[in-house]
Design a protein around this ligand. Sequence first.
Ligand SMILES: *Cc1c(COP(=O)(O)O)cnc(C)c1O
Length: 353
Amino acid sequence: MKKHNFYAGPSVLPKKVTKETAKALKNFAGTGISLASISHRSKEFDEVVIETQDLFKELLDIPEGYSVLFLGGGASMQFAMIPYNLMKSKAAYVNTGAWASKAMKEAKLFGEVHEIKADDFFHLPKNFDLPKDIDYLHITTNNTIYGTEYKDDFDVNVPVIADMSSDIFSRKVDISKYAMIYGGAQKNLAPAGVTFVIIKNDILGKVDRQIPSMLNYQTHIDKDSMFNTPPVIPIFAALQTLKWMKAKGGVEAMNKKAIEKADLLYNEIDRNPYFVGTVAKEDRSLMNICFVMSDAYKELEKDFLEFTTERGMVGLKGHRSVGGFRASTYNSLPIKSVKALVKAMQKFEESHG
Ligand SMILES: *Cc1c(COP(=O)(O)O)cnc(C)c1O
């Protein structure tokens, strides 16, 4: 049966990406050697890294003065690297849920954290005041677990650092408004294993502490992401996704498709009496669409999951901390998967009505 992959991460990738990566695992760039066995310092792989950086810069319109790095350790490693490299004494963190809390926890090892938080994680804090003496403001633009998303750039006069693990390349971002953007690649870009970091070079070198080489951004900038062996296979796959995005019309086209998919699904959630959205309407994510059974039908949750499983849908169970359902609608999820889910919701309503 055809599968519809709604997993939150690792998640769906374009067919072409898995196909090209599988091909390269047998014979990479005509070398007669597997991508898994070639030196990361070979000319052929060097070209992959350069092309991947170039496409990042092109698709995201990254201005001069920024470096694009491909590191290991996941977005979670960045939670520690950020304060290690950039926090002199104090930073502000917008706490919008599980990932933001984890980032904050690491920052507290290095200095004082000013926390900004809404009453619950189904709303986003907005129009908050910032202390004057902070080194940076950390935000999580898309909250993969709760399904909220800041869809506009922040206009503040402190350096902004953004975890964009789950919405990078899904909407236009003015990079010049950020000191750093980072994320694990396994949501919207590549298989797990590579972490992208877009960092403004001149924000570095301001802290006094000693930083171990591997955890120092400057090391990776100086060595062009080749200080140690980078995650070769995920980088290659990321390049295939970037090429796919470019061929489809780039970030603008991705955003248009994301809005179309999200509208389809949110409209059905709002129309169908069996379901209810969990997030404040203005804060709804375009990438992770969360909903639950409405109160009158709470006991049907398991039935609906089974109903969708029978129709080839996987990954719809909500995060264990939230429950209900979550449909992740990343760039590579075809619109026909969203249509299939909407149809399943309608059929479920009919069969119970
Ligand atoms: C998945 C996710 C992370 C964690 O990424 P890892 O690569 O597993 O460390 C961090 N932040 C956000 C917003 C995420 O969605």
